[in-house]
Structures are given as structure tokens and as C-alpha cells.
Design a protein around this ligand. Structure first.
Ligand code: SF4
Length: 438
């Protein structure tokens, strides 16, 4: 395969993206008085101890999976009725409920930031500060109960690196899945030791997002596959036993275009999906972000042809049957986003998705984690749809949130009707799961 990299000349430092399009909105968002007074859960709230193993027969196969060589060919997957029901309960039922019930706030997915610390330092990442304490048990318990009672179906753990405290995450996953939530765990994999994989699978995790940007470690991109290869091989085997899925989450950067292709091929060879992001600078200012200057991961105008070529290659693979979270249309949109030509789109953050910060305060979305506006806290959300819609006229211009983009399509009635009709024509079989292509 030809080498696609160029010399690692640092790019021009980009400003906070939002300030680049609207300084006054950026100042407004960053100069509020968030969550005053701070959220205080009842101090004696605790997460129940996670019973382990819940499934001793599966645990009994651990040594076999650990000791046998990695797969050369992934076996076919079989989904049980309870596993299919778990997916419907996580995504479909909350969506249908949100379409039927009055009101604007119907969370389908919530991101729970159990950590704001990380064990690595990817140079594009502003989402950590190792002096910030992780979420406490009372906050986690109160958040999970509130979200489940509010009808949320999907819980995505977030950080930082969630597995910095694996016992805590074990309790969160166990309790959340007992409360009926479909649980998504992102990790850089460094702390995903075999026993931790078993804790997560046994507790009912639905999917594990393995964030990798390169095959071998690069100084600016330490989320690599090589140092976690043994963890990955074990994960591959255990996903079939426990019934969760795994996918690679890959950030397309200026300096990893060759790795993007190699990781895509490795995922395909292992029968798992890939999900792509296009690297971007922070949405808002972050005082503790150290890499605004001379960041070799940032894509510059000169890089656009090489990035286009990489995206075209991914599209080709998608069309040839590689499993991907992103649709072809979404991949094409990356090129427009990279050029600043995205336009306004109807984001659903603060209505059908939200984030819970480590301290229990709320925000509409991950890009606005550091905003200081008061959007409420666990148990008392203060999202104002009119104000959010006004804000999104600007922030959506510079935001590439795939989750909120997908949610937006799910609330586009014309698109949904077209998609359902297309599914019906095919007997609800064999049609792409993406509404993008309808
Ligand atoms: S478009 Fe939506 S997800 Fe993106 S920054 Fe704005 S509110 Fe957040």
C-alpha cells in the first residue's frame, strides 16, 4: 500500500471553532453561571454491588478464549431473542415514545461522564483534565435512576477514559443494564484487561467502542492497536459469548491516513464495524488544552486532496460490504465539513440526547461540555428548546456530531416515511439500516 503521509509540518493553530463563526455566542456560552448551586445528590445513595459472575457458564470458557490463538476467520454471529429485545428497548421504544408523548424533552441517549481524566494524551483531545475528580457513586446512581425514569434507552459512558476505575464502571454497567438501559462503553483499551472484559460482558454491556487512531503508537496519537492487541484478541472472542458488539472508532487526522486504511482492513478481517470522525479543533475554548499551537493532527487546506482520497477509499469499502457505522452520505459530508461548507442542520441535543458531567450538571452535548450556561442538573433539566434552536443556527455550522445528525434524520418525518415504505417494499429485510440512503 503506498505511503500517504507527508512530512509532519505543524498546521496553523485553529481557534475555538465556535468563536470563529460567532464570538458573541461563544462568550455568552462561556460566561454563564453553570449549575449554581452545584448538584448535591443524597449522600447515602450508592450503586448496588455488581454480582459477578451472573453467568458462570460463560465465565468458565474464559481460559479457553484466552489461551487459543487469535481467530483467522471470525465465526458467524447468532443473535438471541433477548439480545434483539435489548436493542429494541434501547433505541426503538424510547424513539416511539418520544414521537407519541407531548413535550420537548424525551431523552433517547444520555452520555454519562464518569471521568474527566485520561491515561493517554492524544494531541487533538481537549476532553480531559487529570486534576478533576471522577463522578461519585451518589451522582451516578441518581443520574441512572433519573435517566431510566425519564425513558432514556441508551447510556453511553464517557471520559476521559472510563476504565480508569474499572470496578466503578462495572457497577455502573451492571446497574444501568438492570434498569433496562442499552449500555455503550468507549475505551482506548489500555486498561481493558481480560478480567475487565469479562466484568463488562457479564454485567450486560451492549457495545464496546474501541478508540484507535493508529496501528503503532505515534507521539501525537497514542491510541494505537499494537499495545492493546492481546486485549483486542480476547475481546473479539468474548463478544460472541456475551452477546455484545465491538467496533473501531477512528479519528481521521492529518498524520494517520495510512493507519485509517490499515485499521479498516483489520476491523473487516475480524468481522467488526468501523466508525469515523474527521479531526477538528475544540468547539469552545479550554484553558487546559495544551495543543492548539503546532498540532500535527490538524487537517489543513493542503491536506484536503489526501483526506478526500482516504474518504473515497472508505466509501468504496463501505459500498463493497465492509461493516460501517457511517453511511456513504455521512462519509461524503465529511468532505464538506472539512471545507467549512456544512450548513445548518436540525440538531436534537437537549431534546433527545444530553450529557451528564462528572459533577451531575447537564449540557446538551459533548462539544459544549465546558460551556458555563446553566442547563440544569440531574433531576431538574432546564433545556429551553427555543433558546437551543437559536444557538444551533450557529453551532451546527461547525459541529459534526454524528449521533445528533442521525437523531435529526429520525425526526425528519418525510425521510422516516420514505424509509419505512422502502423497508416495507422489501419485507423489512435486506435494506440498509441507514435512513441516509432512503
Ligand atoms: S450542533 Fe448540536 S451537538 Fe453540535 S454543538 Fe450545537 S447543540 Fe451541540
Amino acid at each position: 500500500m503506498p505511503e500517504l503521509q507527508t512530512a509532519p509540518t505543524p498546521s496553523t493553530p485553529p481557534p475555538a471553532r465556535l468563536a470563529g463563526v460567532d464570538v458573541s455566542l461563544h462568550e455568552f456560552l462561556m460566561n454563564g453561571e453553570r449549575g449554581q448551586p452545584r448538584y448535591q445528590p443524597p449522600p447515602d445513595l450508592r450503586l448496588p454491588e455488581a454480582v459477578f459472575p451472573r453467568y458462570p457458564a460463560i465465565l468458565a470458557t474464559a481460559a479457553e478464549d484466552l489461551e487459543t490463538p487469535p481467530w483467522t476467520e471470525p465465526p458467524a454471529r447468532h443473535w438471541t431473542v433477548p439480545q434483539i429485545y435489548r436493542g429494541l428497548r434501547g433505541w426503538m421504544f424510547p424513539y416511539l415514545r418520544s414521537r407519541l408523548l407531548p413535550g420537548d424533552f424525551h431523552p433517547i441517549i444520555a452520555y454519562l461522564f464518569t471521568e474527566w481524566k485520561c491515561n493517554l494524551e492524544c494531541h487533538y483531545c481537549w476532553a480531559f483534565n487529570n486534576s478533576v475528580k471522577g463522578m461519585t457513586e451518589p451522582v451516578a446512581r441518581a443520574a441512572l435512576d433519573w435517566l431510566a425514569d425519564a425513558g432514556a434507552g441508551v447510556l453511553a459512558l464517557m471520559g476521559g477514559e472510563p476504565l480508569l476505575r474499572p470496578q466503578f464502571v462495572h457497577k455502573v454497567v451492571d446497574y444501568a443494564s438492570r434498569r433496562g438501559l442499552w449500555v455503550y462503553l468507549p475505551t482506548n483499551g489500555r486498561l481493558l484487561r481480560p478480567e475487565v472484559t469479562d466484568w463488562m460482558g457479564d454485567a450486560g454491556v451492549a457495545t464496546i467502542n474501541l478508540a484507535v487512531d493508529s496501528v503503532e503508537i505515534k507521539p501525537s496519537l497514542p491510541k494505537a492497536l499494537a499495545p492493546i492487541r492481546k486485549h483486542f484478541d480476547y475481546l473479539m472472542k468474548r463478544q460472541h459469548r456475551y452477546g455484545f458488539t465491538v467496533f473501531f472508532n477512528i479519528n481521521i487526522c492529518r498524520n494517520n491516513l495510512q493507519d485509517v486504511r490499515e485499521l479498516t482492513e483489520i476491523a473487516h478481517a475480524n468481522g467488526i464495524s468501523t466508525d469515523y470522525h474527521i479531526n477538528e479543533s475544540p468547539m469552545t475554548a479550554h484553558g487546559d488544552f495544551k495543543h492548539l499551537q503546532g498540532n500535527e493532527t490538524y487537517i489543513t487546506r493542503d491536506d484536503w486532496p489526501r483526506v478526500d482520497e482516504t474518504i473515497d477509499w472508505i466509501i468504496e469499502k463501505n459500498q463493497s460490504g465492509y461493516k460501517m457505522v457511517d453511511s456513504v452520505q455521512r462519509l461524503r459530508q465529511m468532505k464538506r465539513f472539512m471545507r467549512g461548507e456544512q450548513g445548518v442542520w436540525p440538531c436534537r441535543a437537549g431534546q433527545n440526547s444530553l450529557i451528564v458531567r462528572v459533577d451531575g450538571t447537564l449540557a446538551p452535548c459533548f462539544p459544549l461540555y465546558s460551556a458555563t450556561q446553566d442547563w440544569g442538573a440531574v433531576g431538574e433539566q432546564k433545556f429551553d428548546t427555543v433558546a437551543l434552536d437559536a444557538m444551533k443556527q450557529t453551532c451546527s455550522l461547525t459541529c459534526f456530531s454524528t449521533l445528533n445528525h442521525n437523531l435529526a434524520m429520525a425526526y425528519d418525518d418525510a425521510r422516516v416515511i420514505k424509509y419505512v415504505l422502502k423497508q416495507a417494499r422489501h419485507g423489512f429485510q435486506g435494506v440498509t439500516g441507514s435512513m441516509d440512503q432512503s
